[in-house]
Design a binder for this molecule. Structure first.
Ligand code: ADP
Ligand code: MG
Length: 243
């Protein structure tokens, strides 16, 4: 029996009259890549944004390792062991690569009220090397990098502290095949360490290849969850569109 890492229980969220997420429940096991699929507007980002403190929870609960969590922002989510690579650009212009990686977690580099930029850059450089992204320089202003490189930096930012759950929201859309391979490598590393991933992608072949289980949303409602072994692109497509 696999052990449950995250229980998503009866989650709901509305924006005005739009019921973006309606009573969605599913479990994510330890060491699992759990894909969340559905057409545009089916509620995938709304659900994972609630988990990671970007949106407030409408109603329902997230239980991580047996403890209910309700992070009020992304820093609180990180401290609970949850992180996200957002669908949009998730890095801030005007800051360096290192400042982006450690955004909200600069305390570790502050000593007697003074931020030690050298120590921060050194740590970021070590991480970039570990991830195989040496050509990205810690002290550079992030605006010098293109969208794909900024997504690679976000991979470091979202995973360097070994969170229990990492949400990857449509990240592969922005990546070349090479960038995707990099991401898959880190997804496998996370999975092997017993931590878990919620993986959102439109590429159904990629979803089947990379995931252990797949939950399907349609109009904010969970239609079903199926295993990798049961999944085919046609079957997933049929669940997504309801035909
Ligand atoms: P997905 O990620 O599956 O494409 P979303 O979660 O982004 O879907 O959207 C679900 C629904 O909620 C859509 O109808 C979308 O327009 C609406 N929605 C999402 N975020 C907001 C927001 N911040 N304000 C208003 N409506 C939103
Ligand atoms: Mg989305």
């Amino acid at each position: 029996m696999s052990e449950v890492r995250l229980e998503v229980k009866n989650l709901c969220k509305s924006f005005g009259i739009t019921k973006a997420v309606q009573n969605v429940s599913f479990n994510v096991n330890k060491g699992e890549v759990h894909a969340l699929i559905g057409e545009n507007g089916s509620g995938k980002s709304t659900l994972t944004n609630m988990l990671t403190g970007i949106y407030s929870i409408g109603s329902g609960t997230f239980v991580l390792d047996g403890k209910e969590i309700h992070p009020k922002n992304q820093v609180e989510a990180n401290n609970e062991g949850v992180s996200i690579i957002v669908q949009e650009l998730g890095t801030l212009s005007g800051l360096t690569v290192a400042e982006n990686i450690f955004l909200g977690h600069e305390d570790q580099f502050v000593h007697m009220g003074i931020k030690n930029t050298n120590a921060m850059n050194k740590k970021a450089t070590e991480l970039l090397k570990k991830y195989g992204f040496e050509r990205i320089k810690a002290a550079d202003i992030i605006d010098e990098y293109n969208f794909e490189d900024r997504k690679l930096i976000e991979i470091v930012k979202a995973t360097y502290f070994d969170p229990k759950i990492v949400v990857i929201d449509e990240t592969t859309t922005a990546l070349s095949q090479e960038g995707r391979e990099e991401l898959y490598k880190h997804m496998n590393r996370i999975r092997e360490s017993g931590n878990s991933i919620i993986f959102i992608s439109h590429d159904l072949e990629e979803v089947i290849e990379q995931s252990d289980n797949i939950s399907v949303l349609r109009d904010g409602v969970k239609i079903g969850s199926i295993t990798k072994a049961e999944a085919t692109p046609d079957r997933l497509k049929a669940l997504m569109v309801g035909r």
